[in-house]
Design a protein around this ligand. Sequence first.
Ligand code: MG
Length: 196
Amino acid sequence: MKIGVDIDNTITYTTETIMHYATVYGQENQLNIIPDLNHYYIEDVLNWDKEHANKFLLTYLGDIYRNIKPKEQAIEVLQELKREHELVLITSRNLMFPQVEEATSSWLTNYGIEYDHLVLNTTDNMHFFNKLNVCLEYGVDVMIEDHHELAAEISSILPVILFDYPYNRHLESDNIIRVNTWNEIKTWINKFPGTK
Ligand SMILES: [Mg+2]
């Protein structure tokens, strides 16, 4: 099987790491640092204007991507899945940010995650691109994701295993399997038709 895998908030604790650095930046700039986790984007989570959000990301994204922590069992399960399946990592991390590709691939190597393809966002949109097209281009059979809009779009065609977050809780579809842990993902993948 070909398994599409998102990185942020799927493999990694991205929100937690961003909040760590955002607290530093927010305190330095007298901005709100109390998050509203029902939102997804930093400017909405912290109610910052776009200018501060962009300046923060340009300053800290390299550090964030280098120092981010994996979720429990993510590494072990991905290593196990790689032995029998193809892994296509598809991330909205944007190539326009300096060092993003290097920071991402070094992090994956450091944690021993092997993969068949790493697809980054090459569009003008800093946070978002059409992952459904990437899934179709690479022949992905199932996508592991957390983002509400991406999951909604992809699940119109492909099954999506969705990491549960407050910002995606409104999503419901026969094509969406909601999970909280990587061990649950392993169990579901092993149940898929055609899986050894
Ligand atoms: Mg994500």
